[in-house]
Design a protein around this ligand. Structure first.
Ligand SMILES: Cc1cc2nc3c(=O)[nH]c(=O)nc-3n(C[C@H](O)[C@H](O)[C@H](O)COP(=O)(O)OP(=O)(O)OC[C@H]3O[C@@H](n4cnc5c(N)ncnc54)[C@H](O)[C@@H]3O)c2cc1C
Length: 422
């Protein structure tokens, strides 16, 4: 049996709910169905604070049913495949849904298989991740009594690129408060070549790194974790002709083991990492994704209009989209109105122009009570909120930005964004 709807939304996460709410606010007669198997919706940005013991995990979760906008139909099902030529999608229960417009936003997939040994040790042996279980991160921090505290991230794109270092700054602050900092080596190993892509924010973060005496290791690609023996194995990817540094703030006591010219092992007493990530398999394996090149697997949409490059009645946004900017909820806040306007233009024969400029933001928590608000657009151009930046230089650490992160942004998310009010 085929069910037909005017607008079908795949995924009821940050993007799906926001788009549905905004569409209904603009026109309450629209026939919208949103498809998502999850019974709980999470405010993921607060998981950083949960991992540092300063936010309740329970407060990051709400029943999905309570968030579906009034008048929108929710199908609690998995989407398994797309047939864009026929304007249909297939569900796991074998139902077929036909659409006039399709909005694709099922988020990103965590690939625990992407690093040897990761799956076996995640959540054990002091190997933790705010992306997987932020309560366990907090448990690990509280049990930590000194030694190597290793923080790392994969070579794949990830959601909220700043999250792997935010928890490190908070952990460092926690170690200070526990008086164990003098017997702790905080190490950040990243496949990248800089601490942050936008110069103004990188400058502040390097000051934080200096103040906390954090050992930075660049061009370090995590390839294997041996949980029981507490060893992380890296390949060093710096090109032979590069003039950049592999290391900043060397600490002898970290006791790195050289295994070969481009291969090392770092012993750890605790390890926090972001797991490798990719577009969900059913996107990767569909005709909607890039089939070749560096963006292979990610949803193939126009960077400005978010319209699919091949199928004009399909739009994509959020973490699954191949957009050259950081994957965040903040980015979704600026993407959703663009998708909504494009659909309304088609339905109402209007030509209101609204495009996405790549806005994303990363609330870089640098300690308990301190935050830098990094806001930027395509090409890493700084793009500050005009109201906030009138009163405050958001590239500097401040208490007011911390208050925004801990109290303001969750309120904004639940009460305004998911209700289609911003
Ligand atoms: C630790 C951490 C810290 C973060 N910090 C910040 C931050 O400080 N600021 C910020 O702005 N962002 C932050 N983010 C990122 C932010 O949460 C995401 O970028 C945002 O939620 C993306 O929205 P989305 O709708 O694309 O995906 P999601 O919100 O993840 O939603 C995807 C939805 O799709 C559904 N889905 C998946 N597969 C299917 C399927 N086959 N069929 C139907 N439905 C499906 C899922 O069940 C889910 O409900 C953080 C994330 C993490 C993990």
């Amino acid at each position: 049996m085929i069910h037909t709807h005017q607008i079908v939304i795949v995924g009821a996460g940050t993007a799906g709910i926001t788009v549905a709410a905004q569409l209904r606010k603009k026109d309450s007669k629209l026939d919208i169905v949103i498809i998502d198997p999850a019974t709980t919706h999470y405010y993921q940005p607060a998981w950083t604070l949960v991992g540092a013991g300063t936010f309740d995990y329970e407060k990051t979760a709400r029943p999905m049913a309570s968030l579906i906008p009034k008048g929108v139909k929710w199908l609690k099902e998995f989407v398994t495949s797309f047939q864009p030529e026929a304007n249909t999608i297939q569900l796991r229960n074998e139902a077929t849904i036909k659409y006039e417009f399709l909005v694709v936003c099922p988020g990103i997939q965590l690939d625990l298989d992407g690093i040897e040994g990761l799956k076996e040790t995640m959540g054990k042996n002091n190997v933790c991740s705010n992306y997987v279980n932020s309560n366990y991160t907090w448990e690990v921090l509280q049990k930590f009594k000194g030694g190597n505290a290793l923080f790392t991230q994969p070579a794949t794109p990830i959601k909220c690129g700043g999250a792997p270092q935010k928890i490190m700054y908070l952990a460092d602050d926690y170690f200070q408060k526990q008086n164990i900092k003098d017997k702790t080596n905080v190490v950040f190993a990243t496949p990248g070549s800089v601490i942050f892509g936008v110069a103004d924010f990188a400058k502040t973060l390097m000051e934080v790194v200096d103040r906390k005496n954090i050992n930075l290791k660049f061009f370090h690609k995590l390839v294997k974790i041996d949980g029981p023996n507490k060893m992380a194995y890296y390949e060093i990817t710096i090109p032979d002709d590069s003039e950049k540094s592999v290391e900043y703030n060397h600490i002898d006591a970290v006791n790195v083991q050289e295994l070969g010219p481009k291969s090392i092992a770092i012993p750890f007493d605790m390890l926090h990492l972001a797991p490798p990530q990719s577009a969900p398999d059913f996107i990767k394996n569909s005709p909607l994704s890039h089939q070749e090149g560096a963006k292979k697997g990610w949803l193939n949409v126009d960077h400005a209009t978010l319209q699919h490059k091949q199928y004009s009645n399909i739009y994509g946004l959020g973490d699954c989209a191949a957009l050259p900017t950081a994957k965040t909820g903040a980015a979704v806040r600026k993407q959703a109105p663009v998708v909504v306007q494009q659909i309304l233009n088609s339905l109402q024969n209007t030509t209101t122009e609204l495009t996405y400029k790549g806005y994303s933001s990363c609330p870089l928590v640098t300690g308990y009570g301190k935050m830098v608000l990094a806001e930027f657009g395509y090409n890493n151009v700084r793009m500050s909120d005009p109201i906030i930046s009138k009163f405050i230089d958001t590239s500097k650490e401040s208490y007011s930005m911390w208050v925004l992160k801990k109290y303001g942004l969750p309120f904004l998310y639940w009460q305004l964004m998911l209700k289609g009010k911003i």
